[in-house]
Structures are given as structure tokens and as C-alpha cells.
Design a protein. Structure first.
Length: 452
């Protein structure tokens, strides 16, 4: 009965030994070992075990990440009055269990990020996807390109703060994945350095939300050289193996009107603006590859002919998710139906915008199948997934009003194997941990046309 232990995410296996004990004051030892009492089945690292006994509690893991998970589980258990003795054997289903935070639409101070990283560690989430640039601002200091952040006023992350966050995350088993959007969502960069665009005209940073027509020129060597300076510094600041380069919602209109871009299409016999976009991605993916980094992109990027190592993040378009998996690109499952936590829990939430948001109660998050429809035979290519918190409609300090319950539920989805303990068990464990708030029990709205 693995679910009888109050832990979120639920532990995979618990072998009880019929006694109970009081965890208060129990001696705890921890060690890294070469082998556990079980052979991890799917992911070699991050596995751990805990021996629970009256005299002593022993945490064992194969690597520091596993030990950090063992501690997270023990920290949840030790608050209980009584615990059953026995052996916990635990490991994740997916190796990538993340949270994306948009720090552009609204800025989040370093202190908020640290609190969020603490929360992620308690839920055994291990990737912080940091959305740092977009149309409305550029938040990452690039010392060689000071105008990028100058337009954001005080609200950007200095290189020293980035190093601080990356280190803080690493000590909690979390890898930071920076996102530098290319070639769209680029108004802020173009406002700072107009030579990044096809026309070179000065523009203002947009003060509204939406999808904008600004796009980096796909044929200018000057623009490419600026972008390489950005990526070089990004690779230096973020020691993790991945750099996210966006690639979503590209409007190719500017390229149609750019003589330079049109000449490149002709001289290289590219398939129009779409082909131009493809070689643009290929160039920067190769640039990152030469620096030992793997590119991640929203699933529109991986629709193009890109290396099979590039990771696709599925948000919309299940057909593109399927195409990525068939092409052999690893997939992150961030389906908007289950993973977009800026959407409301209930239609009554004040921030509900029915024009583009879906309603996602905690129970719905818990039912996330992760695997795109029709892709069950390709499920081995799924690397994991991420919760996405876009911040057009939320300020720093309000993040918990979007994450509570849903982040816990999604952590269990990505951690647990197919036989998840079930939503009633999840609610019960949340209650035992003192986590269960009013938003957790919101029922999914009835489907349109489902009677009544
Ligand atoms: Zn151009």
C-alpha cells in the first residue's frame, strides 16, 4: 500500500513491517551508496530508499539528487505523530520534471525565485525553466550588450544574481534551463538593438499582451552576431546541458518584405520563409551544439528539420508532438489542457479570460495522461514535462494562487508510474500534510453539451 504514507509525490513502493514508531527525535543517517536494495527500473539516477525503524531512519541514494529526494520525503514524513516501520523504494517515472516561470511579463525578485526553488525541491521537481526574454522586456544582463536590459529599468537579473540562482537551484538538485526566444517574441531586443530586425527601424517596447510581428532578420550577419554574443554569455552563465530557444508563434511577414531575406531564399534555394526559418534554427542549434549544449524549443521549432537531439516542448498541436516523437526528438509534455497554471481553477476565478484560457482544476491536472493522443507506442521518447506559469495576469507574490495544489498534482503525475494512487489518495495525503486548501477540491466544470 504505497499510498498509506503521507508524501507528495507518493512513494513508488512501501514495504511495511507491521510496527509503528514516533519519528520525533529519531536518529537519521544518510549515505550515497553504489547499489540500493532494488534495481531502478526506468531512470538510473535519482532513485533512493529509506529504512524506517524505531531506532534509526536510514536514507540511501545512488547520487546527490536521489539523496535530496530522500530528504524531501523524510521531511514530509517526520511531521507525523506515528509512522509505520518498513522500507521505502522510490524513483521517478520521468527524468525531466519542471516548472517554467515567465519573468518577463511580470518581474520576479530573486527572493521569490528562491522560495519557488525550495517548493520545487520538496516536490522533487528538477528543472527550472526560466523565461527571461520576450516582447515586453529583456531580463538577462549581457555585459557586452548593455542596452538589452537598460530598457527594463531596474527589473532584470544581473550576471551575479544568475550565478546565485543557478547555485541555489543546483544545491537542491535543480538544473536551470534559460530561455532565449528566437526569432519571434523579440520586440524588446529589437527596441534595444534595431539592427536585429529586417528594417533596422526604431520601435517601442509593446505595453500590451499578444503576439507581435517583430522578428529577428534571418539573413543579417550583424543580427546573427548579436544573437551569438547573447548565446555565448548564456552558455557561460548556465552550466546545465540545455538552452531553450523558444521558436514559437513566429510571424514571417517581415521576411517577405526584406530584400536580404528574399535574396537568401533565392540563393540557397530555400522553401520560402518557412525554409528560411528552418536554416535559422539549424544555425543556432549548431552554435549551441558546438558549445556542448542541447537546444530545447516549443513544438513549432521541432516541426522543422532540426537535429534529433533537439528537445520539443509540446504545448499546443498534438499532431506536432507526434511528429517530434516519430522523428526521434525527445518530448516535454506541457499540454495547455493540463499544464498552463496561469489558467483558472474555476470559471469564478477573477483572472479568467475565456477568450483563450481553459479551466484547469487540480483534479484535471491529476488526470494528465502525459502521452499525446495516439502516441502510446512512442511513449519511450517522452523525457518528462513542465508546468508553465505565464504572467500576463499575475504579479510576483501571487504565484502561489496559481500553483497551489496544481504543482503538487503535476509533480505526482511526472514522478509516478502509470498506476498513480488516484485523486482521493492525493487529497488525503495533502490533508495529512496540511497542504489541502479550498482550491484543491474544485470540481472540473461540466463539459459543453454534456447534458443539462
Ligand atoms: Zn531580413
Amino acid at each position: 500500500m504505497p499510498h498509506s504514507l503521507p508524501a507528495i509525490p507518493a512513494v513508488r513502493t512501501f514495504l511495511p513491517s507491521h510496527n509503528t514508531f514516533s519519528p520525533q527525535g529519531t536518529r537519521v543517517t544518510e549515505s550515497l551508496v553504489g547499489a540500493l536494495s532494488f534495481v531502478p527500473r526506468f531512470v538510473a539516477s535519482e532513485a533512493y530508499e529509506i529504512e524506517l525503524d524505531a531506532g534509526e531512519v536510514v536514507l540511501r541514494a545512488l547520487d546527490p539528487a536521489g539523496l535530496s529526494h530522500a530528504k524531501a520525503t523524510w521531511n514530509q514524513l517526520k511531521g507525523q505523530k506515528h509512522l509505520p516501520s518498513g522500507l521505502i523504494q522510490d524513483e521517478p517515472r520521468f527524468e525531466w520534471r519542471g516548472l517554467m516561470l515567465d519573468c518577463v511579463r511580470h518581474f520576479f525578485p530573486v527572493a521569490n525565485l528562491k522560495t519557488l526553488l525550495d517548493r520545487m525541491a520538496t516536490l522533487k521537481l528538477n528543472r527550472f525553466h526560466w523565461h527571461l526574454v520576450d516582447d515586453q522586456a529583456w531580463r538577462l544582463e549581457i555585459p557586452a550588450l548593455p542596452r538589452l536590459t537598460a530598457l527594463s529599468g531596474e527589473e532584470f537579473y544581473s550576471t551575479a544574481e544568475v550565478v546565485e540562482i543557478v547555485g541555489y537551484a543546483a544545491s537542491r538538485g535543480i538544473v536551470v534551463v534559460p530561455e532565449i526566444e528566437l526569432p519571434g517574441h523579440s520586440s524588446a531586443a529589437i527596441a534595444a538593438y534595431p539592427e536585429l530586425s529586417c528594417t533596422g527601424e526604431s520601435i517601442e517596447i509593446p505595453r500590451t499582451w499578444g503576439i507581435f510581428e517583430q522578428v529577428y532578420c534571418a539573413s543579417s550577419e550583424k543580427a546573427a552576431s548579436i544573437l551569438e554574443t547573447v548565446l555565448e554569455e548564456t552558455c557561460r552563465l548556465f552550466p546545465g546541458p540545455w538552452v531553450h530557444i523558444g521558436g514559437d508563434e513566429v510571424i514571417r511577414k517581415a521576411w517577405q518584405a526584406c530584400p536580404r531575406c528574399q535574396e537568401k531564399i533565392r540563393s540557397e534555394s530555400l522553401a520560402g520563409e518557412r525554409g528560411l526559418e528552418e536554416v535559422f534554427f539549424q544555425r543556432f542549434i549548431a552554435y549551441l551544439g558546438a558549445r556542448g549544449k542541447t537546444a530545447v524549443g516549443w513544438n513549432e521549432m521541432v516541426e522543422h528539420n532540426v537535429p534529433h537531439s533537439a528537445v520539443a516542448q509540446w504545448w499546443l498541436h498534438p499532431d506536432l508532438a507526434k511528429k517530434s516523437l516519430e522523428a526521434g526528438n525527445p518530448l516535454l509534455s506541457s499540454n495547455t489542457e493540463y499544464c498552463y497554471f496561469d489558467y483558472p481553477y474555476t470559471p469564478e476565478n477573477s483572472w479568467y479570460d475565456e477568450k483563450y484560457m481553459k479551466v484547469i482544476p487540480v483534479s484535471k491536472v491529476y488526470e494528465n495522461p502525459v502521452v499525446p493522443p495516439g502516441c502510446e507506442h512512442l511513449a519511450g521518447g517522452i523525457l518528462g514535462g513542465e508546468a508553465c506559469l505565464w504572467t500576463e495576469h499575475l504579479k510576483a507574490g501571487q504565484e502561489n494562487t496559481r500553483l497551489d495544489g496544481r504543482l503538487e498534482a503535476l509533480a505526482e503525475v511526472y514522478w509516478s508510474f502509470d498506476a498513480r494512487p488516484g485523486f482521493p489518495s492525493f487529497l488525503n495525503r495533502a490533508r495529512l500534510l496540511g497542504l489541502n486548501g479550498p482550491s484543491w477540491q474544485v470540481q472540473p466544470p461540466s463539459q459543453p453539451g454534456a447534458g443539462g
